[in-house]
Design a protein around this ligand. Structure first.
Ligand code: AGP
Length: 608
């Protein structure tokens, strides 16, 4: 996600900004920029590409002598990576400049109102709306302008702001996106994350939601949204830089697992308006949605597993036939594409060679192609007819967690939208699904907080040689993902099986003590699953069950049970995957594997 740095003090700001942004590079970005206030003028440089480009453009910051500034590394969410979409963003006369981390969910509505008032926009970003909104409310008092926009913006933001006619001041404010501030020897510094400030201070103030900070060279004042001064205590940071980059987590994978509630919220929240599902980027009329005859979902790895879940949800809710293909198979099987086919290419990186080839093949055969992609401006995002982004933020760990969870959310939203238009679900049912979706982030958080119990269980299986994941229906999809997570980061052989398939061969592999993870979240399949669990248990297996709270029948067929909270039949994968992610993670840690960079694997497979 984006990185923010700001400084006000005795020293030139630009070199400090560039240094701080360099410490935030690990967060992933595609462009960067800085703005510095000097003798009543705001100077700015920003560019697509690595920080090196910006350092060269600014001669390592030497061209900007000012002592107050803000800087930004951008991970694109709205608007492709480009010079013009890079931050900082500014108002028409360059008197107000802002950097932003987060997503302004109602930016299109605000942008429309500002355009009606004569404002002109040059970028596609939600952040530029903030600059013009500040301009609209600014009449000489920065605090009042900031408080006004806080009442108008919906979504998440951490902001660094400069006002030309307040050249000695730096402002910061946040809601749902992290922001810290601290004193340096000779001024004040703000940043999105601890690594950017450790060189200057280990005593930082974590800004809380809707708190505003006004900083000058020798003062730092905190206010609430009612402009009342507040007292804050600093926190002393013990972390080293490496730990700080992971937000104090031992690995990026664990950090990203814990980012899932936020990522899931960021992915669905802008697309649910009351009782409506609004997927602007789908760019399909109701008539086009009614005319969809078949959906083909094509992807690789975990994205493919999300697609298998998508099949059950889209067919169950919207009653549209769905085929799911591995991209490496699809591209060579001469697929039959009839009129009314919608192909959905799912990809976190948007650069997976097989998935990109499948996209091109599908388009050539006349299908309309929708990308479900995490990296803005990636090849698949650019070549699809339309793209629905999963706003998971940059994913550093090779084993995907938060991006996969956001792919599930995107597929649920598509199913709800299609079902709503095709009237295959009632308004009441849709309302229920919307309420269930809103509960997912807290439910995921609750399951993540169960990590100690999972870790204890995982430590019993560090020496496992074969692990089997079994499930029926939508639970088979989650078994696929649970199995891949385990094998790719712990190097333990694992297989996922449709539970009903075991007796057709695989059950011969079950020995005394073999671990079998049974996923059963579909009430109509409980009995069938329990008989499969009994089958393997009588042959010596140790059965771990992942099932719904309240399914007490399970005790007679499982040796160890993990419960997931109540949700509807379609959303259970979003919950059941959490203990399986944790299980894989703690086995990998226990075996001393390289969790974030497993052997033989790359984050993005850009070759066949
Ligand atoms: C997921 O944990 C794996 N690292 C891998 O299977 C990945 O999902 C697959 O390579 C697809 O990548 P993509 O989503 O970037 O296209």
């Amino acid at each position: 996600m984006c990185g923010i740095v700001g400084y006000v003090g005795k020293r030139p700001a630009a070199p400090i900004l560039l240094d701080g942004l360099g410490k935030l590079e690990y967060r992933g970005y595609d462009s960067a920029g800085i703005a510095v206030c000097d003798s009543g003028k705001i100077q700015m440089k920003k560019a697509r590409g690595r920080l090196k480009v910006l350092s060269e453009l600014t001669h390592d910051g030497e061209i900007f002598p000012g002592h107050v500034g803000i800087g930004h590394t951008r991970w694109a969410t709205h608007g492709e990576p480009s010079d013009v979409n890079a931050h900082p963003h500014f108002n028409a006369d360059n008197s107000i400049v802002v950097v932003h981390n987060g997503i302004i969910e109602n930016y299109l509505k605000l942008k429309k109102k500002l355009i009606e008032k004569g404002y002109k926009f040059i970028s596609d970003t939600d952040t530029e709306v903030i600059a013009h909104l500040l301009d609209y409310y600014y009449h000489g008092n920065p605090m009042q302008a900031i408080i006004k926009i806080m009442h108008r913006m919906e979504g998440s933001y951490a902001l660094g702001i400069l006002f030309k006619d307040h050249p000695e001041e730096l402002y910061a404010v946040r809601k749902d996106s992290p922001l810290i501030v601290g004193h340096t020897r000779d001024g004040c510094i703000i940043a999105s994350d601890v690594p950017a400030v450790l060189k200057y201070t280990r005593d930082v103030y974590f800004i809380e939601n809707e708190e505003i900070v006004c900083m000058r060279q020798d003062s730092m004042e905190f206010f609430n949204v009612d402009e009342e001064p507040i007292e804050k205590e600093p926190t002393h940071i013990e972390w080293d830089v490496d730990a700080a980059e992971k937000g104090g987590y031992e690995h990026f994978m664990l950090k990203e697992m814990y980012e899932q509630p936020r990522a899931i919220t960021d992915t669905f929240s802008p697309r649910i308006k009351g009782r409506e599902i609004c997927i602007e980027e789908l760019a399909m009329s109701d008539e086009e949605i009614l005319n969809i005859k078949k959906i083909m979902i094509v992807a690789c790895g975990s994205a493919y597993h999300a697609g298998v879940t998508g099949k059950y949800v889209l067919e169950g809710m919207a009653r549209i036939p769905v085929e799911v293909d591995l991209a490496s198979e699809y591209r060579y099987r001469n697929p039959l594409i009839e009129e009314g086919t919608l192909t959905i290419i799912i990809s976190q990186s948007g650069e997976t060679a097989d998935s990109l080839a499948a996209l091109r093949d599908s388009r050539e055969r006349g299908a309309k192609v929708l990308g479900v992609v995490n990296v803005v401006g990636s090849s698949i995002a650019r070549e699809a007819d339309n793209v629905m982004y999963t706003w998971a933020g940059p994913e550093i760990a090779v084993a995907t967690t938060k991006a996969y969870s956001c792919q599930l959310i995107a597929l649920y939203l598509l199913a709800m939208k299609f079902a709503q238009v095709r009237k295959t679900i009632s308004d009441t049912e849709l309302g229920g699904y919307i309420e269930d979706m809103k509960r997912i982030p807290d439910q995921v958080e609750m399951l993540l907080n169960n990590k100690n119990r999972i870790q204890k269980f995982a430590n019993r299986y560090l020496a496992a040689r074969d692990v089997f994941f079994i499930g029926r229906g939508i639970d088979y999809a989650i078994s696929l993902e649970g199995s891949l997570k385990l094998k790719e980061i712990s190097y333990i052989h694992s297989e996922a099986y449709a539970a009903g398939e075991l007796k057709h061969g695989t059950i011969s592999l079950i020995e005394e003590g073999t671990l079998v993870a049974a996923v059963l979240t579909q009430e109509n399949l409980y009995k069938k699953m329990i008989s499969n669990m009994v089958e393997v248990r009588t042959r010596g297996a140790f059965v771990l069950a992942v099932t719904n709270e309240g399914n007490h029948e399970i005790r007679k067929a499982a040796d160890y049970v993990i419960y997931i909270p109540e949700t509807n039949q379609y959303f259970t994968n979003s919950l059941a995957i959490i203990p399986l992610q944790l299980f894989a993670y703690y086995i990998s840690v226990g075996k001393g594997c390289d969790v974030d960079k497993p052997r033989n694997l790359a984050k993005s497979v850009t070759v066949e």
